[in-house]
Write a protein that binds this ligand. Structure first.
Ligand code: UGC
Ligand code: NI
Length: 165
């Protein structure tokens, strides 16, 4: 199986897939009489189609075990999907460019403590990959009519040897 290397999660590297959700000083605003810093509009949630709504969820992810086989990817054509850890634990973000309607070779990003991501609508990604222990994530995505899940299974899967960069 083809090995996948881990990359640092940076806004520039992740830009083809979506947005990194983390306190960005350039987007900081002092509010509430100076008692709160608002990091404004870090990302935008998308909920496409008639009757669609943006919803907030909590995903409680069981930790993945390594070596881990990446044998499938999925995407949500009708909406974005964000993952923001409610713990201080890192997690893995696995995404791929689209090549003629199927995912290309996945890229594996190591999301440091304090980093979350927002996948743009229709971006290929692997389902949540929590690390180390059961971990909760705030997930903002779409509810509504229509099929918002497309899956693809690789005929030649990939392997992530370990989860440390
Ligand atoms: N099925 C579901 O809502 N979760 C996936 O979309 C995921 O990306 O984890
Ligand atoms: Ni998803």
């Amino acid at each position: 199986m083809r090995k996948l290397a881990l990359e640092r999660l940076t806004p520039a590297a992740f830009a083809p897939f979506g947005t990194v959700i983390a306190p960005d000083p350039a987007k900081a605003r002092m509010i509430n009489g100076g008692t709160t810093t608002r990091f404004h509009a870090l990302a935008r949630a998308e909920a496409l189609g008639e009757g669609a709504a943006v919803i907030l969820n909590i995903f409680r992810g069981e930790p993945r075990r390594f070596p881990y086989t990446v044998d499938m990817m999925e995407r949500h054509p009708l909406g974005s999907q964000s993952f923001s850890p409610l713990s201080s634990r890192p997690f893995l973000v696995v995404v791929a460019e689209d090549e003629g309607g199927v995912p290309s070779i996945p890229r594996v990003f190591f999301a440091e403590s304090g980093q979350g991501v927002n996948y743009n609508a229709n971006v290929w990604h692997h389902p949540l990959m929590a690390l180390g222990e059961t971990s909760d994530f705030l997930v903002v995505d779409r509810a509504g009519p229509g099929d918002n899940l497309e899956e693809y299974f690789y005929s030649d899967p990939f392997i992530i040897e370990e989860a440390t960069p």
